[in-house]
Design a binder for this molecule. Structure first.
Ligand code: NAD
Length: 285
């Protein structure tokens, strides 16, 4: 199968790696020349990380990966996973272009963190072939994907999405549509509140995360999780959640907005709520 991926950022490169390792031919579309140029290196780093983490499971990509600058390159794609920036205007432009360029049979999946599938589907004339495929970061290391079924998503589309994920060695956890689905409806609220806790001086970021890892036994605290996601993506997701729920609890905390404004975007920038000396390879635009 030919799998299209739109966006060569943190998620796009990870999804491209998963698809190529499952033996598919992958075309990644990225308009930003710098991000496109970094793509192959980041994908190789992803393969290296997978080999280090799961030496028995990891194989090199068996499918081909091609990097393109225009959605026109997806004219023969069977399945597309859209991983562009988390902004409604960006998603609208990408999905309507995909709808115009891709064959009728093509499923358009979105890796959106929070935008309802119904909204995304409304940018196309194929609502039955649109769904959410919410991979987690780093995509190649995660065993499950939150799959979001919109009101109009057909059973066949869901079956095709499950089959694609199965081939990648991943389980689909299917949920119904709604802003932030299950994952980010809950997680973004926690991250935002944790940021406010730091802002108000109740505890510093290290202590907040220590409480979650040491007291609750979570593998990662909420602020380290936010750094891994990318604070710009967290901020964008909160804005989307605020817009789609009307709930003020999703208004981004002042500290989070300040960190993003200062370019402290998390691991990919070497600094976010925490400092990272050697981890730029995990993310980066
Ligand atoms: P990112 O900023 O790392 O990458 C986004 C990429 O999209 C950039 O390279 C950008 O140049 C590109 N882009 C922008 N406009 C485009 C267009 N019109 N056409 C094609 N590409 C375009 O962001 P990311 O973290 O990879 O997030 C991508 C999507 O995945 C977002 O919807 C985000 O909410 C979601 N997501 C992110 C995470 C995470 O942990 N980072 C996890 C799950 C889902």
């Amino acid at each position: 199968m030919t799998i299209g991926v739109v966006g060569a950022g943190t998620m796009g490169v990870g999804v491209a790696q998963c698809a190529a390792q499952a033996g598919h031919d992958v075309v990644v579309v990225e308009p930003d020349p710098a991000a496109r140029e970094r793509g192959p290196h980041r994908l190789r780093e992803g393969v290296r990380l997978l080999r280090l983490t799961r030496p028995t499971a990891a194989t090199g990509p068996t499918g081909t990966v091609r990097w393109a600058d225009s959605i026109d390159a997806l004219a023969t794609a069977d399945f597309v996973v859209e991983c562009a920036t988390e902004r409604v205007d960006v998603k609208r432009a990408v999905l309507s272009a995909l709808d115009a360029v891709c064959p009728d049979r093509t499923v358009l999946a979105s890796c959106t963190s929070a935008i309802p599938v119904a909204r995304l589907a409304s940018f196309t004339d194929r609502a039955d072939r649109v769904l959410g495929m919410h991979f987690m970061n780093p995509a190649p290391l995660k065993d499950a994907v939150e799959v979001v079924r919109g009101a109009d998503t057909s059973t066949e589309t869901l079956t095709r999405a499950r089959a694609l994920l199965h081939g990648m060695g991943k389980r689909a956890i299917v949920v119904n549509d709604g802003p932030g689905f299950v994952t980010n409806r809950v997680l973004m609220l926690t991250v935002n509140e944790a940021s406010t806790v730091v802002q108000q001086g109740t505890a510093d970021a290290a202590t907040v995360d220590d409480v979650f890892t040491s007291c609750f036994g979570h593998p990662l605290g909420p602020l380290a999780t936010a750094d891994l996601i990318g604070l710009d993506t967290v901020l964008d997701s909160l804005v989307v959640l605020r817009e789609h729920t009307g709930d003020d609890r999703f208004t981004p905390s002042r500290l989070l907005a300040e960190l993003v404004g200062a370019g402290h975007l998390g691991r990919k920038a070497g600094r976010g709520f925490h400092h990272y000396a050697h981890t730029r390879v995990l993310g980066g635009r």
